[in-house]
Each structure stands twice: as structure tokens, then as C-alpha cells.
Design a protein around this ligand. Structure first.
Ligand code: AMP
Length: 315
């Protein structure tokens, strides 16, 4: 996770947990659509869970859980597969794009049926809103189609969900290329602030941030992308507006250092909590157990309703 993920998304999730009954699933089973070495997905799951709790998702308020800890996901996924057609799955643009890129390599059947598992992820919880970016809208659409088809075949069972735009946070650009979004897939690490970077590394990256050849601190994304990015990051980190921050500085150097320091202070408590959690696997496991128990209570009731409406012989 990098600074853009935090200021653009994670921070809003933490606010959002107080506004709705939010479920935050770490979808480790989806990660298996591409082959990984043994242990890699489990380790990534632990690290992501520690980040979620460290930024402030509260296990008493939000439901934070790991997909593979709630077996109802895979159980409902099979039912979903039997209620979606081969043709519908074949039309998913993400499947077409991904397979085109991997021509000649191993393409799992899981990559093809992934939307059925995602439909299960959503429908198990009677979710009415699914905050997703553009790349996932088609998967929410197919989830609606499956739910409507199931309801008409077997009677009212599922809530029909809708895709909603996540509330936008700050847009964080690469410090070396301020016209591109900060991203973990950037060519170099120099313009990328990882949430777990130490203070010295953060300050160094900000000191080296690309600016422009003028000497005026002014917020203007078009003509001054580098300075504007620093102002926006500084503002997001300190709860002010970029214009107000701009009024405090005349020197680029001072703005760079102050922005670096604001980010260090913003991330400090998160990094401290992360370090505590990652060195205490028992505590982390217990927080995730709380989440999976809450998730299972809802998911098992939905699966039971599904089996009943289909008319499966109960054990
Ligand atoms: P990704 O890691 O690209 O899948 O993004 C996960 C979430 O973080 C999405 O909601 C993105 O919009 C958000 N995000 C990622 N990078 C940035 C960035 N540089 N600025 C703002 N938001 C971002």
C-alpha cells in the first residue's frame, strides 16, 4: 500500500465505517487465479490485515475478514456458476484483457469463473452498495444479472446490489513524474511513498521531488504539477486546503521538507500500530476471528436461504 492508496481510498473507508454497515473482505481466494509460490498469499493477507487495522478500521464497528475464513463464499460461488452462462462469462472485458496479455501461458478456469465468486462475495451479505472503480463495474452488473435470474427462478432470495462510486479522496501523483498517479507499479521507487517507508526515506524522496524552473509557490495542477502535488499532499495530511498551504511558503525547498515532515507525522501512528500488530500474530488472528465470526453469521443465513429456496435435501 502506498500513500495514494491511503489518502485516496483507505482514509475514506475509515470514515465510511461509521456511515454504513461496511464489510471489508481480504479476498485471498481471488488472488489464487494466478499461481504464486506457497505462502505468498498468506503473508500478503497478514500484511494487508495489519494495514487495515493500523489505519483505523475498528473490528467492533466494521467487519474486516479474510475470504477463505468464511467457507460460504466458495459454497455460494458454485451456485452462482450454475446460474451464469458460459457466454456471459466470456464477455467479461477483464477476462478478455487478461487472457490476451497471457497468451501461451497458463490460464486458470478460476480466472474465467472469477465473477461468480465475486457475485457470491457481494450477495452473501445482502449488500445494496458496492463501491468500485470503473474496472469492476461490469462485475457488479453480472452480479445483478445473476441475482435477478436466481430470484426469478427460485423466488426472492437476494438483495439486488448496485455499483457506487467510492468517495474520492486526494489524488496523489508520482513525486518524480507528477503527471502520473502514484502507483506501486511505477518504474522506479523514487517517486513512490510506501506506507511503511521509514522517515529518512520519506524525507529523502520529498527533497528530490520534481518541481519546475519557476520560483513561485502556487496551486495550479496544469502549469505547476509538481508543486501542486506537494501542496495537495501537504493539505491532505494536515486537513487544510492546497491554497492555504501555498500561502505559507515562498521557497520550494522549505515546502518539500515541510510536506515530507507532514507525511511522516501522518504515517507515524499507523506505522507504530502496524509494527505492534505484525509482531503479535495472536492479536491479529484474534481481530480477524472477530471479523470472520461476524461475516459468517450473515453469510450462513444467506446460504441457508439459498439452499432452502433451491429445495436441496437438507442434511
Ligand atoms: P489500486 O491499488 O490501484 O487497486 O487502488 C486501490 C484504491 O486506491 C483505489 O480506490 C484507488 O483509486 C486508490 N488509489 C490508488 N492510487 C492512488 C493515487 N495515486 N491517488 C489517489 N488514490 C489512489
Amino acid at each position: 500500500m502506498q500513500l495514494g492508496n491511503y489518502l485516496g481510498a483507505l482514509r475514506n473507508w475509515v470514515i465510511g465505517q461509521h456511515e454504513c454497515d461496511g464489510l471489508y473482505g481480504i479476498v485471498d481466494l481471488h488472488a489464487l487465479t494466478v499461481a504464486e509460490q506457497p505462502g505468498v498469499v498468506g503473508q500478503a493477507t497478514v500484511e494487508l490485515a495489519a494495514i487495515f487495522f493500523a489505519v483505523g478500521l475498528d473490528p467492533e464497528i466494521a467487519t474486516v475478514f479474510v475470504q477463505s475464513h468464511v467457507p460460504e463464499h466458495t459454497q455460494l460461488s458454485w451456485i452462482m456458476e450454475c446460474n451464469v452462462s458460459y457466454g456471459e462469462l466470456s464477455r467479461m472485458t477483464q477476462f478478455k484483457d487478461k487472457t490476451a496479455k497471457r497468451e501461451g501461458s497458463f490460464i486458470s478456469a478460476g480466472l474465467f469463473s472469477y465473477p461468480a465468486l465475486m457475485a457470491a462475495d457481494i450477495l452473501l451479505y445482502d449488500a445494496d452498495e458496492v463501491p468500485v472503480g470503473d474496472d469492476q463495474r461490469q462485475h457488479v452488473e453480472i452480479t445483478r444479472d445473476i441475482a435477478l435470474r436466481f430470484n426469478s427462478r427460485f423466488g426472492e432470495t437476494f438483495v439486488i446490489p448496485k455499483a457506487v462510486m467510492p468517495k474520492a479522496g486526494a489524488r496523489v501523483m508520482d513525486l518524480q513524474d507528477p503527471t502520473s498517479k502514484m502507483s506501486k507499479t511505477a518504474a522506479t521507487d523514487a517517486g513512490l511513498i510506501n506506507m511503511l517507508d521509514d522517515p529518512a526515506a520519506i524525507l529523502k524522496k520529498f527533497k528530490r521531488a520534481v518541481t519546475d524552473s519557476e520560483n513561485e509557490v502556487r496551486f495550479d495542477r496544469v502549469t505547476k504539477p509538481g508543486i501542486s502535488n506537494l501542496l495537495e499532499i501537504h493539505a491532505a495530511a494536515t486537513g487544510r486546503t492546497p491554497e492555504a498551504v501555498a500561502a505559507d511558503y515562498t521557497q520550494y525547498g522549505a515546502l518539500k521538507v515541510a510536506t515530507g515532515e507532514a507525511v511522516i507525522e501522518l504515517l507515524r501512528p499507523i506505522q507504530t500500530r502496524y509494527a505492534e500488530l505484525i509482531s503479535d500474530p495472536g492479536e491479529l488472528a484474534s481481530l480477524l476471528r472477530t471479523g470472520s465470526q461476524k461475516a459468517r453469521t450473515i453469510a450462513s443465513a444467506t446460504l441457508s436461504r439459498v439452499y432452502d429456496h433451491i429445495g436441496l435435501l437438507r442434511a
